[in-house]
Every structure is written in structure tokens, then in C-alpha cells.
Write a protein that binds this ligand. Sequence first.
Ligand code: ATP
Ligand code: BTN
Length: 243
Amino acid sequence: LNNRCFYFNELPSTNAFLLKHVNELASGDICIAEYQSAGRGRRGRSWVSPYGCHLYCSMYWKLEQGMAQASGLSLVVACSLVKVLQNFGIEDLGVKWPNDIYLNNKKLAGVLIEMSGQADSECHLVVGIGINISMSQSQGDKIDQAWSDLSANPSCPGKTELAIALQKQLHQDFSTFELQGLTAFLDRWQQVDVFLGKQVKLLMGDNQIDGICRGIDESGAILLETDEGIKTFVGGEISLRST
Ligand code: ATP
Ligand code: BTN
């Protein structure tokens, strides 16, 4: 592979940086920052991004066939990250649809995919990943949900090692995804899906739907067993919570 890594001490957001430069990038190029002053999560939320041992990393990828293909990609990224961490010997990992990685049932990492381009032609993707490596208590106090980091884990990799392994795994998994779609990842997802078989509530704006999580389909939609049978929901403005 012959990709570039744009490395910064400080940036507002590694996703924002790559989005600004999509026309100069090749698939697989990455951007890393030691600190993000405006790290972002889904739906305008922020990602707590202090200095220290955390990985804030984004990768550029060009999809030739437009955005339709992009749905389900955050699940591929979560599978890639789980595989990388497992290869370093880290256990007790889980994934929460559609974009969270858990360690010991607390949020370890998040994935934010942003895109630009036309719906039906070439589409520029920026895949952002934030991983908590060693979060101090005072930094962690700014996070408004249960979080975890890798610091107590004897298998915790170095930040550079982790970034290199992740870039390689993402490259490999995205190439597979372009050929085979999400079908190639369903088993990997199912093995670590924290909600599979559990009673959950799905929040969509002011609406709440209760059901039992029955996994995902090959488009990345979640399957929920409700009183009216199995229903599928696609990503976007949806949040899943345990009940
Ligand atoms: P959803 O189920 O909708 O994905 P979420 O709570 O995981 O809900 P996201 O928007 O995906 O929300 O992620 C952003 C949220 O992640 C923030 O609102 C905050 O609660 C949490 N968060 C922010 N920074 C960190 C961090 N460094 N580590 C763990 N969690 C964080
Ligand atoms: C989430 O769980 O909401 C997704 C969080 C994604 C955070 C990463 S950190 C690197 C990249 N740059 C950003 O501004 N966000 C993503």
C-alpha cells in the first residue's frame, strides 16, 4: 500500500480536515491528530478528544457507485476495529448498532462516517474513528455515558501500532465490502453484537419502539421483533437502548 498519513498535533476534527481535501486524496489516506478542539460524534454531538493517549483517526475512501452502497459501512468499520483489537489480544469487545464499539459493556470507541458527492455517482467517504486508550478520570467526567479505555488491559497496543493495523484492516475490509457487500461481515457482527436477543427500545425523534433485537440484515438495517412481527429499521437518526 502506498497511502499517506496527515499527522497533526492539533486539529478541530480529523474528519473535517479530510472532508476539506477530498479531491486531493486517494482511498486509504489517513489523518491523525493528538488533540481535537471540536471532535464530532453523530447528530451534532461532540466527541471528547483530550490530549494524551487516544487515537483520533480518519480515513478517506472513494465509492465509485454512489451513496446507496454506503449504508451499512459503519458496521464494517466496527467489525474492522474489533478484529484489530482482538488480534492484539483484547477480549470482551462488543458492537452496538450502528456505530459503537464497547469494552466490558462500556463505550470504548465510536465511528462517524461523513460523505460528500452526488447520490448516484462518485462519492467521497470520510471514516472517523475515536478510540479511548488512556482516559483520566477528570477527562472522563466530561463524557455523559459509561465509557471504557484500554489502559488497564495488558494487551493495550501503542497508538502508532494501532493506527497502522487499523488502516490495513480497513483497507482490506472495504475492498471486500465493495465486492461482496455486508453479507461478508454478518457473522463477524453477530459474534459481538451486544444487543442480539435482548429487549431493546429504538428511539426515533419522539417515537419509541420496543422489541427484541434479532440482529441485522445484509443492508445493515436492524431487525426488531415487535408485537406486530419482525420490523427492519435503517440507520440515520435512530438510537438503540437497552430496556
Ligand atoms: P447512539 O446510540 O445514537 O449512537 P450514542 O450515545 O452512542 O448514541 P453518538 O452520537 O453515537 O451517541 O456518540 C456521541 C456520544 O458519545 C456523546 O454524546 C457522548 O455521550 C459519548 N462520548 C463522547 N466522547 C466520548 C469518548 N471519548 N468516549 C466514549 N464516549 C464518548
Ligand atoms: C460517535 O460515537 O458518535 C462517533 C465518534 C467519532 C469520533 C471520531 S474521532 C476522529 C474523527 N474525527 C471526528 O471529529 N470524529 C471522529
